[in-house]
Each structure stands twice: as structure tokens, then as C-alpha cells.
Ligand binder design. Sequence first.
Ligand code: ADP
Ligand code: GLC
Length: 488
Amino acid sequence: MVSRRILYCSSEAYPLIKTGGLGDVAGSLPRALQQLGHDVRLLLPAYRDLLQNLSHRPRHLIELTIDNYPVVLWQTTLPGSRVVTWLVDCPPLFDRPGNPYHDADGEPWPDNAQRFALFDQVAARLAVGQPGLDWQPDIIHGNDWQCGLIPVYLESQPDRPGSVFTIHNLAYQGIFDRPAFEELGLPESLWHFSRLEYYGRFSFIKGGLVYADRVTTVSPTYAREIQTATFGHGMEGVLAHRSDRLSGILNGIDTRTWNPGTDRFIVKRYNRRHLADKQANKAALQAHFGLPQTDESMLIGMVSRLVEQKGIDLVLDSLPRLFSLPVQLVILGSGDKRYERVLQQAIEQYPRKLAVTIGYDEKLAHRIEAGADLFLMPSRFEPCGLNQMYSQRYGTLPLVTAVGGLVDTVIDAAGEALQRGEASGFVMREVSTAALQASLQRAVRRYQTPLSWRQLQQFAMQRDFSWERSASAYTELYEQALRDSRTP
Ligand code: ADP
Ligand code: GLC
């Protein structure tokens, strides 16, 4: 394998800053690439919260001026790794409290176009060899709409690296009005439906989809789905047009952070051979939430952004029928205020069966993975999904819909797979309250047959979701991107 210099750009990376799965991926794929022998630099915006999470003072690298904004590039390492991490510090754009993308009321920061355009310009400058750094990448890899303009800024550069753009979620496209396009001073020639224009508006993500040498998404099934009208969020045409450059590479998981044998957040550590110890985590979780501590009830866990994508509305609509079964449900999540409100109200109706924490809590997320019997993920679409993989590692069988990465990672407990002892969860064939109820019934029946349940847990826990395979797939893709970048 040829070792390459890779500039990996992301708007979040665990443990410095995370709002969802992209943070997990950007916090672990660069390390996996480094372990394969690549020379990787991770590039992130220096948000206030991120700077507060650093354990050491970062090293000053260079200063730049972009669109009249002063920018300092700092160097640190991603905590828990040796991945060199560069931080794009521009206080007027990134020094503000809270979430990277929106304010405390959930409203997008009004200057998001400027914020991420500046980040992308810095990335593009580094990509062509910024003086004073003595390091130029062979490959630049951007993620999601926030990085969409990187290949656009690089388009006309003669000595540019190969570019890869990864879609983690096509529902988020970075769409702005025409004035934002004008304020960025982008050439008028880009205002065209085959470029950045999208139904009279300006789309960041199209930059990545149209201009990157290679486009990937995070599971093979989602790569196919997004070329159809049902899952394409209006981008199916653009994507179908680039289908020869589009592929799906399944995410891996950070097997050090998500390991029931070493997890420092959980009450009792366990593994496949000491599965009985999982029970202490269930009891602790029930106690934490003030639910009756019984093993009769199957404890269902859900950790999720509370948005339509995740099927939370389906769960809410199913509550009366769901609670006719011997189950308890614990939910950790935050997102749409209307779902948060309805959930709060539902607790009063089912105090002995339902518990909810609204918020973001990394530790509690681990405790739910360890303590629940079943993990619920009835997504309407799911580019990859990580929790269903974490769940399998924790022997917490996932119940999922048959979409995207969920199809590619969960083996339904039915038919031959079940007979061979090679099933790892429950897959609903359609997205409806009736299908959810039927699958839950199926899961409860299995749960009531402890031997069979344990066999599923054992199989799920030994499955390999580590990054190695996917990091090799990216390595191959980088070579293709390099070749493409050199072919006019
Ligand atoms: P998505 O990126 O669409 O939200 P993923 O399944 O890929 O979905 O990743 C979600 C990640 O965010 C997981 O690591 C999950 O544990 C975490 N997460 C989501 N909501 C919360 C929350 N409220 N508290 C803690 N972690 C959360
Ligand atoms: C997105 C997707 C999720 C995926 C994650 C990481 O947020 O919604 O399915 O696992 O990105 O790739």
C-alpha cells in the first residue's frame, strides 16, 4: 500500500466536539487511516467549546487573512490518539457558545454560509501547499455540506490534491438564499443548476456532489437509495449523473470507546463470557430512571436525535400498544421541541414503563447501551447509523427498519440466519406502527426464551465492526481519486 498525506476535514470530531455520528466517524477514521500508515491531518473549526475541551495549549502554526477575516491555525492532537489536528481559529465566526450549527433555540447561526465557506477556503489553501507549513496533502477528504465548497475552491487549481466528499446525511444540504452566494463572491458561472444553484437557492452540498473526484456515502445500501426519488432529497438526479464516481463504504466504530469489557461509564463491565454481568447494568439503569427493577420486562433503550428521520413519531404513536406488552422504555435524546414536549407529557401517562431524559449525555448513552435488552432504531432513512453497531457489541439486540446502513449491519432473527445461529437483531420490513408492534412482539417472544436470546446476544457481540476493513476501502478510493484528479 502506498502511504499518502491526507487532509481530513470535518465540522466535528469526538471527543473535541460532537453532535452526532459524524463526530464519531471523524474522531475514529483518521486514527484508523494513520494506523494503516498514512500521514493524516484532521482539520476542524476552533469553536469555543472545542477550545475548552483541549487539555493542552495548542501550538501556533500560521496566520492567514481570508475574506478580511483574521485566521490563526493551531496545532494539537486529537485526545486519545496521535492524530495531528489543525484548528481553524476565527473568533468572529467560531467563538460563540454551544452547538456548532445553531443557537440555543435551535435556529441556525445566521452567518453559517460565511462560517463554513471560510473553513473550506482555509482547507483549500492548505490543500495546495500553504507557505510556512511544509506539508501538502495528496488527498483532501471533506464531510457533509459544511465541507461542500472545498472541491469548488480547488477546481481551477493546477496543483491540487485528489478530492473525496462523503455524504453522512443527505437531508442536510446547506441551502442558503442568493444573497449568501453573492456575499461569498463566488463566480457567477457557478449559479447554474448543474453546479451550485438549487431551485433558485444556493446549495453547499452540491459543491461536493458535483466537483469532488470521488463521492462516497456511509453504507452501500444508502449509496443506492440516494439515487432514487424516495431517499434522494431532490439530489437523486445529480447523484445518478455521478453514479460512476459514487460508492458506499460502511462506517466502522471506535471499538475502544464502545467496548462493554472496558467501558468506564458503565456500572459493571462484561463480555460474551460473562454476559450475566450485563444484568447489573440493567438494574442500575432501571434504578437511575426510577423504573421497577424487574427482569420480567424487556427493557428497551433509545438514544437519538429527536427528529423525524429517527422515527420518533412512530414510537410516540405506538406507545399505547407498545405498553400492552411486558416492556419498559427509556429514551435519551434531544432535537425537535415538539417531540421533546410530547415525550415529557407521555411520562406522566406511563410512569412505571416510560422514562425520558431530554438532553445530550455521553455517559448515559453508554449506560443505556449496556443496560437495555433491546435497542430501538425505527429510522425512516439511515445513511449508516452507529448505535445499532454499538448495541450489538453490548449484547443489546437492535430492532431496526430495513433502510440504509441498518440493512447492511443487522441480521434479522428469522429464517435460515436464525437457524444457523447467525442472527443479531430484528429488522422491520416496513415503516409503520403496525410493523413496529409486530416486530416488538416478535422480540418479546424471543426474550421470553432466554437460551435463544442469549445465542443472539453471543453472536451479535462477536461481530466485527472495527474500522480496519473500511479504512482499507478508503485507501483504495483515495488512489482512484488521485488518478481522477490527474485526468482532465
Ligand atoms: P446520527 O448521526 O444520525 O445522529 P448515528 O447513529 O450515526 O446517528 O450516531 C449518533 C451518535 O450520537 C451516537 O454516538 C449516539 O450515541 C450519539 N447520540 C445521539 N443522541 C445523543 C444524546 N442525546 N446523548 C448522547 N449521545 C447521543
Ligand atoms: C449521519 C447519519 C448516520 C451516520 C452518521 C455517521 O449523521 O444520520 O446514519 O451513521 O452520519 O456517518
